[in-house]
Write a protein that binds this ligand. Structure first.
Ligand SMILES: [Zn+2]
Length: 193
């Protein structure tokens, strides 16, 4: 494959980018912004080398413990379960949640081969059983798979005598948390049950 085609193929791996958009991006860079290309390549290499997962909550982190987990002043009684680091960032931006997180890095989707092992359910249960945790807030998305994930986790937590709550409705059905406005998220959080 020549260099242009392999650039287009690489760009097509990005979400929402099809053949046409990938072509447009490749031609744009080559024609109008060649200096951006080594910067982009450098940023990609640095990101893949430096950004790993937090040992405790699994979110993206350049250090073994992420900023939130390393912050001893947060509320250790609360543990909020989200699907992605982007969802976690959305909750952080509301400024209304002061507990800790656990990031599943996905949601249950048996047809895609994503089961309880892939979302780290065992690690979550161990984390939730730690001293001081009083409530696990299930903030998975309001999609069918997100709801199923919340249900399975709630059952597993209940079996271990750990209280869990779910974000209140108000977050539109079918939506990913990261795209919901902050006021709505904050509301869903305070109205959890
Ligand atoms: Zn962390």
């Amino acid at each position: 494959m020549n260099a242009l085609d392999s650039l287009i193929e690489a760009l097509k791996r990005l979400p929402g980018v099809g053949q046409k958009s990938a072509q447009r991006m490749a031609y744009h860079l080559l024609q109008h912004d060649r200096t951006a290309m080594p910067r982009l390549a450098g940023a990609l290499t640095a990101a893949v080398e430096r950004i790993k997962h937090c040992e405790r909550c699994h979110t993206f982190s350049e250090t073994p413990l992420c900023i939130v987990c390393a912050d001893a002043k947060r509320d250790r009684r609360l543990l909020c379960v989200v699907e992605t680091p982007a969802d976690q960032a959305a909750l952080e931006r509301t400024g209304s949640y002061l507990g800790y997180y656990f990031v599943l890095l996905g949601r249950l989707s048996p047809l895609d081969g994503v089961g309880t092992r892939q979302i780290g359910a065992a690690e979550l249960l161990a984390r939730a059983a730690e001293d001081g945790v009083e409530e696990v807030i299930l903030a998975t998305s309001f999609t069918a798979e997100g709801e199923a994930t919340a249900h399975v986790l709630a059952e597993a937590l209940r079996a271990r005598g750990i209280k869990s709550t779910r974000l209140a409705r108000g977050v539109p059905i079918g939506s990913e948390l990261e795209y919901v406005d902050l006021g709505t998220i904050a509301h869903a959080l305070s109205d959890r049950r």
